[in-house]
Structures are given as structure tokens and as C-alpha cells.
Design a protein around this ligand. Structure first.
Ligand SMILES: NC(=O)c1ccc[n+]([C@@H]2O[C@H](COP(=O)([O-])OP(=O)(O)OC[C@H]3O[C@@H](n4cnc5c(N)ncnc54)[C@H](O)[C@@H]3O)[C@@H](O)[C@H]2O)c1
Length: 253
């Protein structure tokens, strides 16, 4: 295993899976964990993830909503790097549709990617982490874990369910020494809204100005919280949704 010269090598010898690692927060998280010593399996349905290939990063093109993807990903971590310590369930999609206009396929597609994917990957990871009696899972939630907006029913439902998956699975896992938490991200300048807005990055940057902090975040600011929750520094945090949203969940300006 090779390491860079970063002075913070808190993830030395650890192996992490990051889903949705081809873009935005997932990409920043994969890079940050790798910089700090981890070996990373980087999963995305977008083939651009293959560009991450390196000695400490094994990319995989897979759809998290498919049941076989989790098994393939965990097998790659174990076969390639010998163990699994961290899972970051980050992959998600956004849908901008009123309930009355939404097809069942659209609803199911959002829930499958954003919630069922996290369940499938958590299940597969826990099957390795429980016998090892250690590990950490971080789910990437949103202020939409709590708040709702018109035309975001599917996305908000998926993130509300993810918060409850976080809490319930955390209760099961902690008796095995495994911590499961979530980060509740605010607006972050990524490609998430590209399919629903002409300029999705500009939209997220402008929407972030409505938070008390007056701006959207850069992906690295969320990756830092994910890394913290995955690290031993967060040893007493269990089943929490830690808000990193510039105050958006406190008050929208
Ligand atoms: N950007 C924001 O403002 C914001 C706010 C709150 C929460 N979040 C959350 O942050 C997480 C990361 O999103 P982002 O903002 O970096 O968006 P992004 O679109 O830049 O990245 C998401 C990645 O997930 C991948 N992905 C989507 N569905 C997938 C699937 N079924 N299988 C595998 N990969 C899949 C995409 O290809 C993409 O590379 C998501 O969970 C999102 O809900 C983002």
C-alpha cells in the first residue's frame, strides 16, 4: 500500500467504500480518505469513476440500487485490500416533480437509489464488520431528512427514510462495536441538480445563499464531516444525523 506525505494519516491501514464517488461529495470523500491513508473502493454508476484508478483506489461501475452491486463492491474491498472498515452511503439522485405528476417508476427510482441502495450496502458491509466487531458507516443525508419543499416529495421521503435507517441500524450495530451515523448536508455546489435545472451548480450556489451562513458549501466541507464521523474521533456518536448545512435546518433567511 502506498501513502502520500499528508501529515494526517488517521486512516492508515483502513479500507473504505464510498458510493457515488464519481462526482461531488463522494469524489471529495474518496480523495480525502485516500489522502489520510485509507484504501478506497469508489463506486458510481457513471463510468467517469474509472478515472480514479490508482494504487489505493479501486473504482467500480455499479448501480447501488441493484442487489448484486453491494456484494460485488464488498468483495472488491476484501479481495483487493483485505478488509472493510468504513462504508459511506453517498449515492443519490434528485427528482423535481409534483406528486400528482410523478410516475410510480420515478418514485421507485429515487427511493431505490437514495434509500434502498444504502440498505443493501449497509447489509453487505455489516456482514463483514460484525464478525470483525468494528467499523463505521456514514450515510449522506440532507436538510431534507427533516424539511420538505414542493416538488421534492420523492427526494425528501428518501432522505427521511435514510435518517430512520441510520437510527435503527445504528441500534443494531453498536452492540457489535460498529457506529452508524449520517451527515445532514445543506446546499453543496455539485452536479446533483444538473438534471432538474438548466445550470444545476448555479442553482445550488444561489439556493445556499438562503442559509444563515449565506452561501453553499464546497464538497470538501461535507467530506470533512463524513471523515470525522468515520474516524475514532467520533467514538461516542451513534445514530446521529449531524447537520452540516450552514444553519439551513435552524432557519432559512
Ligand atoms: N449537493 C447538495 O446540495 C446536497 C444537499 C444535501 C444532500 N446532498 C447529498 O449528497 C450526496 C452526494 O450528492 P452530490 O451533491 O455530490 O451529487 P452529485 O450528483 O455530484 O454526485 C452523486 C453521484 O452519485 C452517483 N449516483 C447516483 N445514483 C447512483 C446509483 N443508483 N448508483 C451508483 N451511483 C449513483 C452519480 O452518478 C453521481 O456521481 C447525495 O446523497 C445527496 O442527496 C447533496
Amino acid at each position: 500500500m502506498t501513502h502520500n506525505t499528508h501529515t494526517n494519516n488517521e486512516f492508515d491501514g483502513k479500507v473504505a467504500i464510498v458510493t457515488g464517488a464519481g462526482s461531488g461529495i463522494g469524489l471529495a470523500t474518496a480523495r480525502l480518505l485516500q489522502e489520510r491513508g485509507a484504501s478506497v473502493v469508489a463506486v458510481d454508476r457513471n463510468e467517469e469513476v474509472m478515472a480514479l484508478e490508482g494504487p489505493d483506489i479501486a473504482p467500480l461501475v455499479a448501480d447501488v440500487a441493484r442487489e448484486d452491486s453491494a456484494a460485488r463492491t464488498v468483495a472488491l474491498a476484501i479481495d483487493g485490500f483485505g478488509r472493510l472498515d468504513i462504508l459511506v452511503n453517498n449515492a443519490a439522485i434528485l427528482l423535481n416533480k409534483a406528486v400528482v405528476d410523478m410516475s410510480l417508476e420515478e418514485w421507485n427510482g429515487v427511493l431505490a437509489a437514495n434509500t434502498t441502495g444504502a440498505f443493501l450496502f449497509s447489509r453487505e458491509a455489516l456482514r463483514k464488520m460484525i464478525p470483525a466487531a468494528s467499523g463505521a458507516i456514514v450515510n449522506v443525508g440532507s436538510y431534507a431528512c427533516y424539511q420538505a419543499f414542493p416538488t421534492l416529495a420523492a427526494y425528501a421521503s428518501s432522505k427521511g427514510a435514510l435518517a430512520q435507517l441510520t437510527r435503527a441500524s445504528a441500534l443494531e450495530a453498536i452492540e457489535h462495536g460498529i457506529r452508524i451515523n449520517a451527515v445532514g448536508a445543506g446546499d453543496v455546489v455539485t452536479n446533483l441538480a444538473n438534471d432538474i435545472k438548466a445550470d444545476g451548480r448555479k442553482f445550488l450556489a444561489e439556493h445556499g445563499m438562503g442559509a444563515p451562513i449565506g452561501r453553499a458549501a464546497e464538497p470538501r466541507e461535507i467530506a470533512e464531516i463524513i471523515a470525522f464521523l468515520a474516524s475514532d474521533k467520533a467514538s461516542f456518536i451513534v445514530g446521529a444525523v449531524v447537520m452540516a448545512d450552514g444553519g439551513m435546518s435552524v432557519a432559512i433567511k
